[in-house]
Structures are given as C-alpha cells and as structure tokens.
Design a protein around this ligand. Sequence first.
Ligand SMILES: [Zn+2]
Ligand SMILES: [Zn+2]
Length: 369
Amino acid sequence: MKKLSNRSARGSCVIWPCTFVLIFLAAQVCGQSQWYKGNTHAHTVLCGHADSSPEAVAKWYHDHGYHFLILSEHNIYIDPSEVDLPKDARFDFILIPGEEITGSRNVHSTAVNVPRLIDWKFDSERVSDIIRDHLERSHQAGGEHILNHPTYKYAVTAEDMKGVPELRIFELHNAHPNTIRHTLDVDEGYVTTEDMWDDMLTAGMTVYGVSSDDTHTLKEFHIEASNPGRGWVMVNSAELTPDSITESLKSGDFYATSGVILSRDKKMGGVVEVAVDVDATLAELHSPYVLGHRLEEAAPGFLIEFVGATGRVLDHVHGSNGSYEAGREDLYVRSRISYTRRFGDGYEQFFAWTQPAFTDDRAESGPAR
Ligand SMILES: [Zn+2]
Ligand SMILES: [Zn+2]
C-alpha cells in the first residue's frame, strides 16, 4: 500500500474561452464525456403532499443550473413528454422518466428511466424481498433502480440490503428533513447510511451512493421543509440523454454531493485522485438553498478522507486535493471530501462522496478514468 497524498491534481483538459453552447456541441459531437448536475428524486402536487406542479418543479431545477431531473412521484408515472418546460428552456436540460416505487414496509425505490408505471404492491415479511421486487421490476421495464432513504423510519438495514447482492445504487444522502442527518448521525441503536455503505462494500457488493433532494416544497424555504438544492449528483456522461446518464449511474461514473464540487475524480486501478474545484464549491455554498451538517465543534476548511474496508479511514489530507493508492488488502477505497465553515455559534459541513475504486475481484467493475 503506497500513499500518494497531497500530489498536485489538475485536469488534463484545457478549454479555451468559448461560448458554452459551442463547448456543449463539441463535446456531444466528439463523444467527450463531461459532468452533468442532476437530481434523481423530486415530488409534485400529484402525490397530494407536495406543493408545486410538475412544470414548476422542472422549472426550478432548470432555472438553477441543473442538467437533468427525475420527477419521481409516489406510484404515479409522470410522462416527461407531457411536462411543458419553460418556453426559453436551455437545450442542456432534460427530464428522465421515473417513479418513486412506494412499497410495503416503507421500502421506497426510484425506478430510473422507465417507460411506464412500475407496480408497487408486492409485500413480504422480508424487506430484502421487497427491495428485490422493486429492482427486478425496474430492470424488466428497461430501467435502473435506486433504493431510497434506508433510514426513513429506519425501515431498511444493511442486512436487508446485503440480502440483495445485485443492489447497485442506493441513496447515501437524502436531503429530506426526516432523513438528512442520517448520512452521518442516527438515533442510538441505528446505523448511518455511510456505515451501511461500508458494510455492503466490505461484504463484497458493488454498490454506489447517490445524493438527492426528495423535494416536496418550493413555496416556502426553511430547515424543516423538504426543499430543492440540498443534495444532488454530478454524473460523468458521454451524452446528456436519459440512456447515457442512466448508464453512468449504473457504472458508478458519478459522485454524490451536498455542496462540494470536484474538478477531479479519477480512478485507475486502486489509485484514486480527487481535487476540489474551490471556486465552484464556494459558489454553490453561497446559494441560500444548501443545508449543511451542523456541529458544535469542527475544524474549518477542506478535509479529504480516504475510506476503505469496514469504513476505516486509510489516510486523510487537510486541503483541497489528494490521492491514495490502495492495496488488494484494502478491498476498496473511496473518498469523502468535506468543507467546514462557521455557522452561528457552531459549524456546518458540506460533503462530496466519490464512488469506490475496488482492488479485489471487483476491480474490473466501475469506471476507470
Ligand atoms: Zn420515499
Ligand atoms: Zn420521495
């Protein structure tokens, strides 16, 4: 195992000043991948407990610089072709069809890029069976599957998810007020989603973590409202199409964030390299919509932690870039990048979580860039 911390990490691609349109078109024509900002989980008035129309929700994400959105309604299929986008909509914004399969025993899943409504009525005493039913129905419809907010009502445990080894994507961070803190903090006797992730990864699963808003409320913004702009994914994709974005999610070619933006997220074998785009991060965190993880005591600034099997922190860097070379004995390495700043009498933290690079038999899976 060799450490490569604090090595300079700069993007290898230089883009000369140009209009964004030309850059976008050139990337599309050349098949060059780029980063797209998206939210995989949002609700509308159609569910009866959210406050805005599908058009208004789509417009919010469009107007705030997102590239894609899934209107994931509870057991209702919203056909994107029937949602009117703003007349002057950017050409680089799409809706990906989906649904929140709102199943038995508080097991919820997002069916991603499916062409029709997915049935949600299956029940079993075994939570694993319900998760598998959602996953299989999503796949049978030609789409992908995300297991949502396992800590919602503490409905899903790591053991439940390990009972479905084919589970590929779950919500590591869900910004709904009922679940947001559970990425890192839980009530006594329960397990955080991040600890669940390491449990699954250590057990040999190839599973990736997304961050989402689970938006319900656009008409009032406060800490107890499930507002947009608090959790999203940055997806590296060859094209901005539902199929291409879905393929990148499926292959782990993305990172999850609550506000930290990366200029580098590179994996080659067991080597991971990450660098923060400091300007882009500070611009995101200037937004009134972000919501940090509140702490009484913390050290301000950037911290990069490289996490391996059982959740052990293998190394860390106080700074905005670093790298780590994992050995086969580490099984995998992933990075958690935090930015801490003062908030009131205490502090608040924002994160980016990159997907694992595997060093065991799973090394062939996942992106290598
Ligand atoms: Zn849900
Ligand atoms: Zn939801």
